[in-house]
Design a protein around this ligand. Structure first.
Ligand code: GSH
Length: 205
C-alpha cells in the first residue's frame, strides 16, 4: 500500500499486476524469489523488492508534494521503529496463531507504546514530523490502519484523538481512495493495466 501511495503521488505511471498471494505468477517468482509483494521491475530489468525502497525510488524521480523535504533523522528513526518493533507487534497481535511458540498476550500493549509516541508527535506537530504529511506519515499510516482494524473499539478506548484524526484524514484522502481501487488478478496474456494519476479511467464499451 505504501509503495502505491508513493508511486501515485510521484506522478509515475507503472504497469500494475494484481497478485493473489496463494497463486503467485511464475514471472514474479523468477524476478523476485523472496516472493513477497510489492515488487517493482524497472525498464532496465532492475528489481526493487521492498515497499520502502519503492517509495524512495518513486519520490527520488519526482516529489511534487515534498514528502522528502523533511528532517531525515527523525523520519528514518520513525520508519525503522515502525518496520521492526511495531510490525513485529502488529503481526503477533493480528495473527497469534502463527507464533505458537511465543507468548503474544502483550502485543497490543507493545504496539500501543509506539502509537502513544505517534499520537504525541501528531498532537505537537500536526503530523508525524512537521506540519504537513511527509514520507514517515505515508510509510507508517498503513500499518496503524492494520493495527486498528484488529479491534477498533480497543483502539478507540485509548482515546488517542490526534492519532485517530490523522488516520481518518489519510483514509478519507483522495490519494488513499485512488490507490485502493480494486483490480482483477493479473494472468499471463492479459493486456497491461496501468496505474498512476495520468491514467484515464476507461469505461468498458
Ligand atoms: N518488507 C517487505 C514486506 C512485504 C510483505 O511482507 N508482503 C506480504 C504482503 S503485505 C507478502 O507478500 N507476503 C507473502 C505471502 O503472504 O505469501 C516490504 O515492505 O515490501
Amino acid at each position: 500500500m505504501r509503495a502505491r501511495l508513493a508511486l501515485y503521488a510521484s506522478g509515475a505511471t507503472v504497469e500494475l499486476r494484481e497478485i493473489i498471494l496463494r497463486d503467485k505468477p511464475t514471472h514474479m517468482l523468477k524476478i523476485s524469489p523472496k516472493a513477497t509483494v510489492p515488487v517493482l521491475q524497472l525498464q532496465d530489468g532492475e528489481v526493487i523488492e521492498q515497499s520502502f525502497e519503492i517509495m524512495i525510488w518513486a519520490l527520488g524521480r519526482q516529489d511534487p508534494n515534498e514528502w522528502l523535504d523533511v528532517e531525515e533523522d527523525t523520519t528514518q528513526m520513525l520508519i525503522t521503529r515502525n518496520d521492526n518493533e511495531f510490525k513485529s507487534a502488529l503481526d503477533r497481535y493480528k495473527y497469534p496463531d502463527r507464533y505458537p511458540d511465543e507468548d503474544c498476550s502483550d502485543m497490543f500493549d507493545r504496539g500501543v507504546e509506539v502509537l502513544k509516541d505517534l499520537n504525541n508527535r501528531i498532537e505537537n506537530n500536526g503530523t508525524l514530523v512537521t506540519d504537513y504529511n511527509t514520507l514517515a506519515d505515508y510509510a507508517i499510516f498503513p500499518f496503524v490502519r492494520q493495527f486498528v482494524a484488529v479491534n477498533s473499539t480497543r483502539f478507540e478506548n485509548l482515546k488517542f484523538k490526534p492519532l485517530e484524526n490523522w488516520l481518518d484524514a489519510h483514509l478519507q484522502s483522495d490519494l488513499f481512495q485512488a490507490i485502493t481501487k480494486k483490480y482483477p488478478p493479473w494472468k499471463s496474456g492479459d493486456a497491461p493495466t496501468f496505474f498512476g494519476p495520468q491514467v484515464q479511467a476507461c469505461d468498458p464499451a
